[in-house]
Design a protein around this ligand. Structure first.
Ligand SMILES: [Zn+2]
Ligand SMILES: [Zn+2]
Length: 402
């Protein structure tokens, strides 16, 4: 499935990544390994380089698929069926179906709007600038295979170059020339950071694969944990965790023999997903659970204060403020000092998704305020901590005078 046309900046970025991969993969072979093996074909040389070149080919193939595969968007005529049992459940659980006001379409479970791609993406994971594409339902498997290939190929590359260096240390006769040494350094400098960065990133994505969670759902899970901790909602289980093997099958397909084969069709249509055993099918439409207090606030209109010089929301003393979530989630007008402008997170933006982005930002803001002690999860009132140092100084000054 081809994807929509790309922007020029994205093409340049993808071109640079392709060149970087080519530099690491081929300069090491041409300028380091080839002279080391005496510039002659031998069985040992083929034995060393054949697996590496197969890995590089696999890496390029998956990179190409990741860039050019459409992650999938919502079909124009798709909408949750209100007459079916699932439509009925949908209404009782969530009140209203999820709707994207940018695309003006109903959103299936796990779909989110991507600000960069300017459309909704099925089972959206994240927008990846390295592939200049969204990682979603139809290219997530390619993306994981690409990450795996980068990890293995870079490890092989570093081992190969280190073996060359080790050989030079053991046998000074085999010392590399200045030209070779320059390429050894350049290869370490380009490959090691890639291996570390992609390695850590892939560990997170393999964890996501094993738990059938997208990056967006990882944030949603954090938000749900906070809501449960604050006693706003009861414990909710994540509906898509099917068990280790089934989670992998949900991304790579049924047969383990074909998990590494890039052309393998992706299971499902991205509009409806299997849920954990013992979980009702309809629960996927209720994920993520919403903050009931915020839902109520969304429905109540903000009233303008009588004077623009009063403290917003009728606060009396700014040093004596409620730590309740009401404060953190208060809707304030644009002239209020707490107003932070339209919220967004890089790559994607959404009416509902903004919710926890906003909350995270405001929590940071609360932490940064000096002298204001906030107890997370408490709903009471707390005064600022007294400045003990200032008090001691005053006391000593009074003592001196007396
Ligand atoms: Zn959209
Ligand atoms: Zn995108």
């Amino acid at each position: 499935m081809p994807r929509p046309p790309q922007r020029l900046a994205g093409r340049i970025w993808v071109g640079s990544v392709t060149v970087l991969i080519a530099f690491i993969a081929y300069s090491s072979q041409i300028f380091i390994i080839w002279p080391w093996y005496g510039r002659e074909f031998s069985f040992e040389l083929v034995q060393l380089l054949l697996p590496f070149n197969l890995l590089v080919a696999f890496l390029y193939w998956n990179y190409f698929l990741c860039v050019y595969t459409d992650p999938g968007t919502i079909p124009r005529d798709w909408e949750p069926n209100p007459t079916s049992e699932e439509g009925f459940e949908l209404k009782t659980l969530t009140g209203t179906p999820r709707f994207c006001r940018h695309c003006e379409r109903y959103k299936p479970p796990r779909a989110h709007h991507c600000r960069k791609c300017k459309r909704c993406v099925l089972r959206m994971d994240h927008h990846c600038p390295w592939v200049d594409n969204c990682v979603g339902h139809y290219n997530y498997a390619h993306f994981l295979r690409f990450l795996w290939a980068v990890d293995v190929a870079c490890s092989y590359h570093v081992a190969m170059i280190s073996y060359r260096v080790w050989y030079a240390i053991l046998y000074p006769y085999w010392e590399p020339s200045g030209f070779e040494l320059a390429f050894i350094v350049a290869n370490y400098v380009t490959c090691l950071p890639v291996l570390v960065a992609v390695g850590v990133f892939s560990l997170y994505h393999f964890y996501c694969l094993f738990t059938n969670t997208t990056t967006v759902e990882g944030w949603e899970k954090d938000k749900v944990t906070t809501l449960v901790r604050r006693g706003k909602i009861t414990e909710v289980s994540f509906p898509y965790n099917l068990g280790l093997i089934e989670n992998v099958r949900a991304v790579f397909g049924g047969s383990p023999l074909l998990w590494c084969w890039p052309k393998h069709p992706v299971p499902g249509d991205g509009l409806k997903f299997s849920v954990a055993p013992g979980t009702d099918e309809s629960e996927q439409y209720a994920w993520p659970p919403k903050d009931p207090m915020r839902e109520r606030e969304k429905q109540t209109k903000h009233e303008l204060p009588s004077s623009p010089w009063t403290f917003g929301n009728g606060d009396v003393n700014p040093a004596l403020r409620p730590t309740s979530s009401k404060l953190r989630t208060a809707n304030v007008p644009p002239y209020h000092p707490s107003y932070r402008g339209p919220r967004h997170r890089d790559g994607w933006r959404d009416e509902e998704d903004e919710d926890y982005v906003e909350e995270e930002e405001e929590e940071e803001e609360v932490q940064q305020k000096p002298g204001l002690r906030m107890r997370r999860g408490s709903e009471g009132w707390e005064a600022t901590m007294p400045d003990r140092w200032a008090q001691l100084q005053i006391e000593s000054a009074v003592n001196k005078e007396s």
